[in-house]
Design a protein around this ligand. Structure first.
Ligand SMILES: Cc1cc2nc3c(=O)[nH]c(=O)nc-3n(C[C@H](O)[C@H](O)[C@H](O)COP(=O)(O)O)c2cc1C
Length: 359
């Protein structure tokens, strides 16, 4: 029986080839950050408020002027068709049904032309290629196809090593395509003979540009003519710097524990980053969010919204688009329960004094 997201996680390894499950589930090196992203939620305790007439709970909120039904967004996750043929198209349709935002990964199986007709609240996640023309063309296309923001991932000047992928010589199955690369020089990205180690670490040499500095945020804004959110920030000074260079929001993330192992768990950094940047700037967080109470804690500490990554893969693998809808249904209902039981009638009432930090 599927009651919570962990029930879906448990099914996941039984239904996929080892190498693919390893790519989706693993973290970098010893996976310390991967585990800490989750375990830290237990160190933060809730202090509920009562007798507040909680007969009506409203989870609606606004992100970059987009009105959405809940503060739970879908994080950019690469190559979703390895989990189910519906892939990113199913995820986008599920996001549309739940009126929330989905971020489309650069290395998705479906391209911008596929997703833009099915959902009008899409962000595009940018891996900034060394090939400026490729990057420029994709940014211009996002604006043309009605994407609402660029999510610029900064925590990947190169790929963090996921040792399970090295051991399995992980490679995307040959029958799948990368939709955003069709017709570009990266089209044959996946044709590698005699692979030793993970194909992802070979690709990252082409796809990531380690020379970038904060000034590039202005360039991305100028070329795309869209708001830019900077994803992968863990420090208050980096958050401030990004905003000083024109960022329209910050996404606190350690890439789900897949880049620098032993990097700080994200929950811990919400409050210091919010303190640094002040009340106004948009602040989103991801990493290990699986329960309604996790979302309550993130928002109480200063986030405007949260993102989920791996759970959408568990849903897709379970039953395609309807599995992603199941994930969104479960976690949204848990959020409503948590708000009801803690005396928060709307997102604005989720205050700092709801959380005690028990360290
Ligand atoms: C299999 C997988 C692929 C991912 N692909 C991307 C990507 O293409 N771009 C990106 O910015 N983040 C990517 N991420 C990171 C997610 O956007 C997000 O930060 C992370 O998954 C959140 O943690 P969670 O999985 O614990 O919810 C990926 C994560 C996973 C698990």
């Amino acid at each position: 029986m599927i009651i919570n997201l962990f029930d879906l996680e448990k099914e996941f390894p039984n239904k996929l080839p080892d190498a693919i499950e390893g790519y989706y589930s693993s973290g970098a090196r010893d996976e310390v950050t991967l585990k800490r992203n989750r375990s830290i939620f237990d160190e933060y305790e809730l202090l509920p408020k009562f007798l507040k007439d909680v007969s009506n709970i409203n989870t609606k909120t606004k992100i970059l002027n987009l009105e959405i039904d809940s503060p739970i967004l879908l994080a950019p996750v690469a190559m979703q068709q390895m989990a189910h043929a519906d892939g990113e198209l199913g995820t986008a349709k599920a996001a549309n049904k739940f009126n929330t935002i989905m971020t489309h990964s650069t290395i998705a199986n479906f391209g911008i032309d596929d997703l833009s007709p099915v959902h009008d609240k899409l962000f595009f996640q940018l891996y900034f290629s060394k090939d400026r023309d490729f990057t420029k063309n994709i940014l211009i296309k996002c604006k043309k196809k009605n994407y609402k923001a660029i999510v610029f991932t900064v925590d990947a000047p190169r790929l963090g090593t996921r040792e399970r992928d090295e051991r399995s010589s992980f490679k995307m199955p040959d029958n799948l395509k990368l939709g955003n690369f069709i017709g570009t020089k990266f089209e044959n990205f996946n044709n590698i003979e005699n692979l030793e180690g993970s194909s992802m670490s070979i690709h990252s040499d082409h796809l990531f540009d380690p020379t970038l500095t904060f000034e590039i945020i202005e360039w991305i804004k100028e070329v795309s003519e869209l708001p830019v959110l900077v994803k992968g920030i863990l420090r208050p000074d980096d958050a401030q710097n990004a905003l000083n260079h024109g960022a329209d929001g910050i996404i606190i993330s350690n890439h789900g524990g897949r880049q620098l192992d032993t990097a700080v768990p994200t929950l811990k950094q919400i409050e210091p980053i919010r303190k640094q940047i002040g009340n106004e700037p948009l602040l989103i967080v991801d990493g290990g969010i699986r329960r309604g109470t996790d979302i309550l804690k993130c928002i109480a500490l200063g986030a405007n919204a949260v993102q989920i990554g791996r759970p959408l893969l568990w849903g897709l693998n379970h039953s395609g688009q309807s599995g992603v809808e199941l994930v969104l249904d479960i976690i949204n209902k848990e959020l409503i329960e948590s708000m009801t039981l803690s005396g928060c009638r709307d997102i604005g009432e989720i205050d700092r004094d709801l959380v005690l930090i028990n360290r």
